[in-house]
Design a protein around this ligand. Sequence first.
Ligand code: ADP
Length: 311
Amino acid sequence: MEVIQTLDLTKHYRSSAFKTNNIPALEKVSLSVEQGEIFGLLGPNGAGKTTFVKLILSIVHPTSGSATVLGYPLGQRVLKEYCGYLPENHRYPAFLTAENTLIFFGRLNGLPESTLKEKAHSLLETVGLKDWAKVKTKKFSKGMLQRLGLAQALINDPKILFLDEPTDGVDPIGRKEIRDLLLNLKTQGTTIFLNSHLLSEVEMICDRVAILNKGKVVRTGTIAELTTQKLAYVVQLSSPITNEIRERLQQTILPIEYKDTSLIVSLHDKSELNTVIDILRAGGIGIESMNQQKTSLEDYFIQIMKGENGQ
Ligand code: ADP
């Protein structure tokens, strides 16, 4: 089931500072996000990622196009109950303790007064801030503020969680904890929409991603689809190949990259791999492993961006 569906969603800002009423931020974006998935929106600064989330949450309004969230058209009040949002660079009143910050947001969300304190404490425990409940947020590091932000976004037990750069400023252990927390929420059926420029994080956690550039979607797919681009295999050998085997491999006319004790074979068809294996084994070379070559999401992203920007 799709929980977010957009059709040609477009946003042009007006700006009196720049004396223009036409700053294009998003152009005809059509995306769908399935229930229970972790969806990543990637793109360079200014690509339109935050604008997309703000449109979905009705913080800004579309210039044209349409969208539904949980089947409701944008702007329906009830959606506020179903969505949680961790904005980028959020600020909480410095004089509030972590506990009181969450109680404050709980009240804004209309939670019953009797449940607020317990809810705040259980969320602080979830995000690893249990011992900081009574400490004012002005004493918090960037990473701690991100965790508190995450707790704030979860205060209404949202069906869809929107996170703008959630692991920004968080150390590697904290990042792993946040990842585990998000994966746990996913198993409970929460849909997670993530804006991030930390591509290795995205690669570890997202089911599907869309890449935005200058307001337009340039690619969408699962992580596997985007990082497994060509039919190429890395074959790890037990010993270096001899000249004789090399000559026989060259006769296959397959593009092969030769390394010391491995080969990278590019194929047109998977069956061609058998020909390579037969030649190697006939020549007495053992095969230790064979894996399809992958690019990292980061490499793929850079490649796409270079292509899009004509570099
Ligand atoms: P991202 O989140 O990918 O960095 P944004 O959605 O913040 O991108 O911004 C997309 C474009 O819209 C940028 O060119 C940005 O300068 C512009 N923009 C964002 N918010 C506003 C605003 N409130 N007024 C005018 N222009 C804006």
